[in-house]
Design a protein around this ligand. Structure first.
Ligand SMILES: Nc1ncnc2c1ncn2[C@@H]1O[C@H](COP(=O)(O)OP(=O)(O)OP(=O)(O)O)[C@@H](O)[C@H]1O
Ligand SMILES: [Mg+2]
Length: 189
């Protein structure tokens, strides 16, 4: 695991290992209120990277920029590069970007649908209709999020009937189902 303790930690990876990195990233809410300062970070492939910082220090702000979820609320200065692509380029396909850089939000937000539908929703929207394949991905994703054993007998029950922790694991499974390149998962201690 790579631990990044902002703002002092800057590490340089071999170019081939850094599929995602930022250079001098600053974020401004409301035009002038700066919430992220000059962050140059690199995220190594196939590695868990933890961003640790006090409440309100800007971790979520930073992460939201990486897949353009801050577009409507903030101005972003600096560079974000993903596989050689400038993430802030005007003509980028943000849906494709978010498929590659997924996000699990700080608070669980399952769809008001069944457990199974939470996992299959995006896959179906992307044209996957093979029932056997969908069942396989449902199981794989729930296993990867350590939820399978608890829900395997109630896949068609409402996701909203799960506990908060189970809902959050379901959201992790939902995010994993589309096989993102990176998954940004926000946890609260
Ligand atoms: N949409 C927004 N508009 C204005 N200010 C915002 C917005 N979102 C966050 N902020 C402010 O930006 C700062 C950083 O917030 P952020 O949510 O990034 O912190 P965090 O490090 O994720 O905190 P926590 O550990 O509590 O999740 C806070 O002062 C917060 O009030
Ligand atoms: Mg946060």
């Amino acid at each position: 695991m790579e631990i990044i303790d902002q703002p002092s930690y800057i590490k340089t990876f071999d170019k081939k290992d850094r599929a995602l990195y930022t250079e001098n990233l600053s974020v401004f809410y409301g035009g002038t209120i700066q919430k992220q300062f000059d962050a140059s970070l690199q995220f190594k492939k196939n590695t868990i990277t933890a961003l640790i910082g006090g409440s309100g220090s800007g971790k979520s702000t930073f992460l939201r920029c990486l897949n353009r979820m801050n577009d409507q609320v903030a101005r972003v200065d600096g560079k974000i590069m993903f596989h050689g692509l400038d993430v802030n380029q005007k003509n980028i396909n943000v849906y494709e970007l978010r498929k590659n850089i997924g996000m699990v939000f700080q608070r669980p937000n399952p769809f008001p649908k069944s457990i199974r539908e939470n996992i299959t929703y995006a896959l179906k929207a992307n044209g996957q209709n093979d029932k056997q394949k969908l069942n396989q991905i449902v199981e794989e994703s729930l296993r990867a999020a350590a939820l399978w054993d608890e829900v395997k007998d109630k896949l068609d029950k409402s996701a909203l009937a799960l506990s908060g922790g189970q809902q959050q694991r379901l959201c992790i499974a939902r995010a994993l189902a589309v096989k993102p390149f990176y998954l940004m998962s926000q946890l609260v201690r």
